[in-house]
Design a protein around this ligand. Structure first.
Ligand SMILES: N[C@@H](CCC(=O)N[C@@H](CS)C(=O)NCC(=O)O)C(=O)O
Length: 219
């Protein structure tokens, strides 16, 4: 049985939604971030960065949200949450999948870290404010790139619903505090709507005790 270390509304949203999509049994271990449980020595044995999430699969421990998601896709190919590996026909679909998942984790997610935690980079308030403003500009650029890339596709990478859609839904929820939330971009909004309304994503939110973005426009 899998064990997922999580805290509400964090990057654990994506792997938990993936586990719910797969339907695999898992134990969810909640970390109390206010009590700094994620920084404790015991947890750092699993995740030396002291970050959330971490997945344990028997003796195998894996951290980094995107890596956990990809690992789960590979463990459960029957869930069809990634283009299949190993066939020449799926090579380009797989490449596109790598492209967007990597972009979301190492450009968009990093932008959010600067926005939510400018204090992790600078101690003085002026520098923190400047970093936050810069992060907002970079995030807007990244959302534009994503929106253009999605174009008229049904989902982020093309015709198939993948982990990239779950990841984008998570990032979109985080963007609710920005002056221009991710759903301001129409293609992002369209594909995210198809993701966050899925039963698995809804179950994940219910289990984490979180709501969808309160300011998500209703029309
Ligand atoms: N690159 C890491 C980043 C994980 C990360 O920063 N997680 C946040 C929660 S979203 C965290 O652990 N925060 C700890 C804290 O706020 O002290 C990943 O994707 O797993």
């Amino acid at each position: 049985m899998y064990r997922l270390y999580w805290a509400p509304g964090t990057a654990a949203m994506a792997p938990q939604a993936v586990l719910e999509e797969i339907g695999a049994p898992y134990e969810a271990v909640r970390l109390d971030t206010a009590a700094k449980e994620h920084e404790a020595a015991e947890y750092r044995k699993l995740n030396p960065n002291g970050r959330i999430p971490t997945l344990v699969d028997g003796d195998f421990v894996i951290f980094e949200t995107a890596a956990i998601c990809q690992y789960l896709c590979d463990r459960h190919p029957e869930a069809n949450l990634a283009p299949p590996a190993g066939s020449p026909e799926s090579l380009m679909a797989r490449g596109r999948f790598y492209q967007w998942l990597t972009y979301m984790t190492n450009t968009v997610q990093v932008g959010f870290i600067d926005w939510f935690h400018p204090d992790w980079t600078f101690s003085d308030l002026d520098s923190q404010a400047a970093l936050k403003a810069q992060a907002e500009v970079k995030l807007a650029r990244a959302f534009q790139v994503l929106d253009d890339g999605i174009g008229g596709n049904a989902f982020v990478t093309g015709p198939q619903f993948t982990v990239c859609d779950i990841y984008l839904a998570m990032l979109t929820r985080w963007s609710r505090f920005l002056a221009k939330p991710a759903w301001t971009w129409p293609n992002i909004r369209r594909v995210v709507e198809a993701s966050y309304t899925r039963p698995a994503f809804q179950r994940m939110m219910q289990k984490q005790g979180i709501a969808w973005a309160e300011n998500w426009p209703q029309d």
